[in-house]
Each structure stands twice: as structure tokens, then as C-alpha cells.
Design a protein around this ligand. Structure first.
Ligand SMILES: *[C@@H]1O[C@H](CO)[C@@H](O)[C@H](O)[C@H]1NC(C)=O
Ligand SMILES: *[C@@H]1O[C@H](CO)[C@@H](O)[C@H](O)[C@H]1NC(C)=O
Ligand SMILES: *[C@@H]1O[C@H](CO)[C@@H](O)[C@H](O)[C@H]1NC(C)=O
Length: 561
């Protein structure tokens, strides 16, 4: 009894001192995004979950470290940090953590670290508690497209004494959908008959042997390394039922890669995910697994399947946190999901991108499909182009789509310039050369000072096995796992030569690594006025095919091995 009183006292004093500090508006949006409708007030006792991003100790220092380990000319090139060393840069300063904890703890049901370094807290609380803490008013909104409900507000405030310690609180004002599959994924009617598949020319049926031929990718590894591995992102939340089928992979390898028949993949399940084997899913998981296991011969491959129903920012962060907590994380990680950049608030996108910076510091090549909506994410009649995230984060490698013969950029290959992230030094000369070449064209429709994407490109249309049958499918969904496989086999040759793996790729790719890419100069992406209104592919970097497609021998040569 007495103990309880003694312990309660400091909390009461504290609450009083916070109450006496003024509330300061921290983030706001002027209106509810289109496509959402307010349904009314949620129950005050309804539990919600919020993520508090606390200021990080030394994120500018970590950015310098990433440059030092990723630029080939740097003396510490390839000398990656451990996750524990990275955590020292991003953990909150002690006084920030205690200021936030002292304010939050008495007013919430639970508070736990979300990121391994503790810079993001995961807080459970009721609507009533949240309205008090953040001086706001929540409503329940429904998204007309899918009926999904979200509890959100248009603004929130923080006590003036706490504000300096907090970057942002997510997702109070973020109407962010889950990660999206690139939209194309067209299933073509072309189906080769069984006995023609092996012999058909690559113009008719693109399969691993064609990818190997065109890019000079070898059959298998030579180093014997088991730590050089590929991670493959999957989602099987309610809206994204994706699975990778083991029997279909076996059929695919028997048919198209008999030399590695029997190879398989391991599965990591996050947030209650299940890798169902009943053919109830979509095609994304099939593409992503068949064009990693089936191209990167003998590189260990892990399907990281997340069952979360969270918004995209939280879902992308889930994987970042998982990678940061692995003793031996995959060296290459491919994701064929993307969102429009404005699906995320700028503060949440920055948090996620700082997560990719941490993965760059520990030496993981994060590879993303650029998206399948051309310059405008398939919007027509728009007045601005639509950049895609995570591709616009300067710490990831974004892969656009091309055809093999003749090498031509794919009309739906997404690309452009970020409105959130400025152009990074490694690509500034290349993006400005492209922008100079187009002059005033599209001026006002994009941010000429933004990070340009994609960085590279690869084949967008391939054959897969789904539910036992062979089918053709297209999209940058195919290009990202193919590029990841290329990098994993380059890493294998580096390991065999006693060198570190490539880690964050872009400073290499925009420098000496250009020798390991074949420039694609033909083709145009779709834009706001349909198939003729997008970017042109051109000599050098362009926002359709990036710097070009893989050239294995050229890359080994550029790396001096
Ligand atoms: C931040 O990190 C950089 C790079 O490691 C280092 O030089 C600098 O001293 C650090 N600053 C602080 C305040 O720790
Ligand atoms: C915050 O949002 C509420 C609506 O929920 C609105 O009435 C109020 O004016 C907003 N305040 C600011 C400062 O934007
Ligand atoms: C790769 O595998 C194919 C099919 O099994 C075989 O014909 C070819 O010789 C192999 N190439 C190399 C370089 O080993």
C-alpha cells in the first residue's frame, strides 16, 4: 500500500509537468485523401496500435559510414558493420528515450520496442488515451475501393517538452494501404506445348536458360558459401494471398533447369503467415521463387513471408527489423511489391528509408521492382508523374523492365524522380545528363532535383509454372528476382576470390560497375497521356531502363576478378 503510493507519486508529478507544457502541432494533413470516407467516431475503448519514431543518435554519421563501405574508391570499401554497431548509430539518446517513456508509459496499455535498436516504439492504447496524449480527434474511415476500415486523424500534437525527441508517430495521419503487387502481371495466352518448350527459341518462351544466355549468367555457384544467400519477400495478408509452391518449383526446375532439379528454398514466416500449398494464391510468389532458385543456381534462397495486415510503411519496416535481427541475414534481398510514394507520409517514408540505410551499412543488397505503371502508375490525364516507393529511397537498387530482342525498355516499366528524397551524389551526374537531354519536356510534372529511378533493368516477361501448368507472365516482378540472382552469383565469385560481397550496389553501379551493365537505349514508358506520354530510354541512365541490364563477364571484369 505504502509502496504503491510512493511509486505513484513521481508519475503524478510528471504528468503534471507535461500537462503544464503546451501542446504543439506536430503533423497534419489538410484533407482526407480521395477514396476514403468518414464513417464517424470510433468507440473510445477501441484498442489501436501506434509507432513512435524517436530521434536517432547519429543518422548523419551512419550515412557517412554507408558511403565509406559502399564506394569502391573508399579505403573501407566492403568493411560492413555488424547490426550491433549499426544500432549504436540509430538508438535514441538516453535523455530522449526517457523523456518519451516518462510521457507515454502512464497513458498507454503497453509499450515495446519495434526496431532492434529501440528507436521505434510500438504502443498499444485506446482511442480515448490516444486522443488525450496527442490532442486530436480520431474518426473511422473506410476505403471505397476495398471497404477496408482505418482509424485515423487529420493532425496530432506533442507536448512542447517532448516534441524535440520525436520524429513522428505513425500511422495517425497516414492513410497508407498495404504493399501493392506491381499492377501489370498480365497473364498471356501464349502457352507452349509440352514437347516444344525445351526447344522453343527465347523469342517465344523466355525461361532461365535464356536469361543465362543473354546476361552470361553461369549455371551454379563455385565458392560453396552457404552464407551468400537470397531473401525473397512475400506477403500473404488478407489482401495479398501469396504463396510459393514447392511442387510447382520442382516441376519448373525439372522442365527448365534439369541441371539443378531438386533444389528448393527455405521459408521464414512472420506475423502468423502460412505458406499454403493448395494453389489458392496469386502468381507473385511463384515468379519470385522460380526466378531466384531457378536462376541463381545453388545459392541458398529463403522466402520471407509476412502475414501482417499492416500498412506499407509498417510492413516494409517489419522486414527491415527482421533482417537487422538475423545473425547471418541474406546478402541479397528482392522485393516485387511497391507503393506510390504518396501512399506513405514523407516522415514514414524517411523512417523506412533510414532502415534501408542500416541494411546498406551491414552489407545487404536491397533490390526492388520499380513498378508496372510507367511514369504515372497507370494514371491517365494526370498533371504530374507518380514516383514509386521504396524505389525512390536512395539506399535501395530499383529494377525496371526490358525485352531481350532487340533490347528495348518495357512500356510499363515504372521510373521517374522522387518528391521526397533529393538526388544522391552517386547518380547526380547521370540524372542531370538525362534531364539536360530532354530540356523542357514534362517540366512541372516531376521534381528535377529528386532521386531518379530505376537504377538498372532486366527481362520483364518470363514463363513460370503455376498449379502444374506453364504460363507466361510479365512485369518488373520478374526483373527484380532476376537481377537479384545476377548479384548473388557475382557475390559468389567475389567470395571465391576472397573478397567481400557487394552490399549496397548503387555507388558501384553508377561508377566502375557500368562496365557490368548493358545500356538499353530504345523504348518509351507510358505516362499521363497513355503509351506515348512517358520517358524515353536513351544512351546512359534513363528513367525507364536505368543504367541497363546485367552483363556477368563485364561485372567480373569491372570488379577485377
Ligand atoms: C557520428 O558518426 C560519425 C561517423 O562514424 C562520427 O565521425 C561522429 O563522431 C559521430 N558523432 C557523434 C556525435 O557521435
Ligand atoms: C485538426 O483536425 C481537426 C479535425 O479533426 C480540425 O478541426 C482542426 O482544425 C485541425 N487542427 C489543425 C491545427 O490543423
Ligand atoms: C549449364 O547447364 C546446361 C544444361 O544442363 C549444360 O548444357 C551447360 O553445359 C552448362 N554450362 C556450363 C558452363 O556448365
Amino acid at each position: 500500500m505504502t509502496m504503491g503510493l510512493l511509486r505513484a507519486l513521481p508519475l503524478m508529478l510528471l504528468t503534471k509537468s507535461v500537462l503544464s507544457s503546451t501542446m504543439v502541432l506536430h503533423e497534419s494533413i489538410s484533407h482526407v485523401p480521395s477514396g476514403f470516407k468518414a464513417l464517424g467516431s470510433p468507440s473510445p475503448t477501441q484498442e489501436i496500435e501506434l509507432f513512435i519514431a524517436i530521434v536517432q543518435s547519429n543518422i548523419t554519421g551512419l550515412a557517412k559510414v554507408v558511403d565509406a563501405v559502399s564506394f569502391p574508391s573508399s579505403p573501407s570499401y566492403g568493411q560492413y558493420l555488424s547490426s550491433a554497431e549499426v544500432a549504436e548509430y540509430v538508438k535514441p539518446p538516453a535523455e530522449s528515450l526517457s523523456a518519451v517513456m516518462d510521457w507515454v508509459t502512464p497513458n498507454v496499455a503497453s509499450v515495446k520496442p519495434f526496431s532492434p535498436a529501440g528507436d521505434i516504439l510500438r504502443v498499444s492504447l485506446t482511442v480515448e488515451q490516444a486522443e488525450g496524449l496527442f490532442n486530436t480527434k480520431f474518426s473511422t474511415y473506410t476505403q471505397s475501393a476495398n471497404g477496408q476500415e482505418m482509424i485515423r486523424a487529420l493532425n496530432y500534437s506533442l507536448p512542447s517538452t517532448v516534441q524535440q525527441h520525436i520524429l513522428h508517430v505513425h500511422p495517425i495521419i497516414a492513410f497508407t494501404p498495404p504493399p501493392q503487387r506491381p499492377s501489370q502481371n498480365t497473364v498471356y495466352k501464349r502457352k507452349a506445348t509440352l514437347n516444344r518448350r525445351q526447344l522453343a527459341p527465347c523469342e517465344d518462351i523466355v525461361r532461365p536458360v535464356c536469361i543465362q544466355q543473354f546476361y552470361g549468367i553461369p549455371n551454379t555457384t563455385i565458392s560453396g558459401s552457404l552464407t551468400n544467400s537470397i531473401g525473397v519477400q512475400g506477403y500473404n495478408s488478407a489482401s495479398l494471398g501469396e504463396y510459393a509452391n514447392e511442387d510447382d518449383l520442382a516441376t519448373f526446375l525439372n522442365e527448365f533447369r534439369p541441371d539443378i532439379a531438386g533444389n528448393t528454398f527455405s521459408v521464414t514466416l512472420l506475423n502468423g503467415a502460412q505458406n499454403l500449398q493448395d494453389n489458392s494464391g496469386g502468381l507473385e510468389g511463384q515468379i519470385d521463387i522460380q526466378y531466384t532458385v531457378g536462376v541463381a543456381g545453388n545459392v541458398p534462397t529463403t522466402y520471407v513471408l509476412d502475414g501482417t495486415n499492416s500498412d506499407a510503411a509498417t510492413s516494409y519496416m517489419d522486414t527491415i527489423n527482421w533482417l537487422l535481427s538475423q545473425e547471418d541475414p541474406p546478402t541479397v534481398f528482392t522485393t516485387s511489391y511497391a507503393n506510390e510514394e504518396t501512399d506513405l507520409t514523407q516522415s514514414a517514408a524517411t523512417s523506412v528509408c533510414n532502415g534501408y540505410m542500416q541494411l546498406a551499412a551491414i552489407g545487404i543488397s536491397m533490390i526492388f521492382a520499380s513498378g508496372d505503371g510507367g511514369a504515372s502508375d497507370n494514371q491517365q490525364g494526370c498533371t504530374s508523374f507518380v514516383p514509386m516507393f521504396p524505389s525512390t529511397c536512395p539506399y535501395v537498387t530499383s529494377v525496371g523492365g526490358t525485352f531481350f530482342q532487340p533490347p528495348t525498355a518495357f512500356v510499363s516499366s515504372a521510373g521517374g524522380f522522387s518528391n521526397y528524397f533529393p538526388v544522391p551524389s552517386y547518380q547526380a551526374a547521370d540524372t542531370s545528363a538525362y534531364l539536360e537531354s530532354i530540356g523542357d519536356e514534362y517540366s512541372g510534372m516531376y521534381n528535377p532535383n529528386g532521386r531518379g529511378f530505376p537504377d538498372v533493368a532486366a527481362e520483364w516477361e518470363v514463363f513460370i509454372v503455376n498449379a502444374g501448368g506453364v504460363t507466361s507472365i510479365g512485369g518488373t516482378s520478374c526483373a527484380s528476382p532476376i537481377f537479384a540472382s545476377f548479384i548473388a552469383l557475382v557475390n559468389d565469385r567475389l567470395i571465391a576470390a576472397g573478397k567481400p560481397v557487394l552490399g549496397f550496389l548503387n555507388p558501384l553501379l553508377y561508377g566502375t560497375g557500368k562496365g557490368g551493365l548493358d545500356d538499353v537505349t530504345v523504348g518509351q514508358s507510358s505516362g499521363c497521356s497513355g503509351s506515348t506520354g512517358g520517358w524515353n530510354s536513351a544512351a546512359g541512365w534513363d528513367p525507364v531502363s536505368g543504367l541497363g541490364t546485367p552483363d556477368f563477364a563485364g561485372m567480373l571484369n569491372a570488379l577485377g576478378i
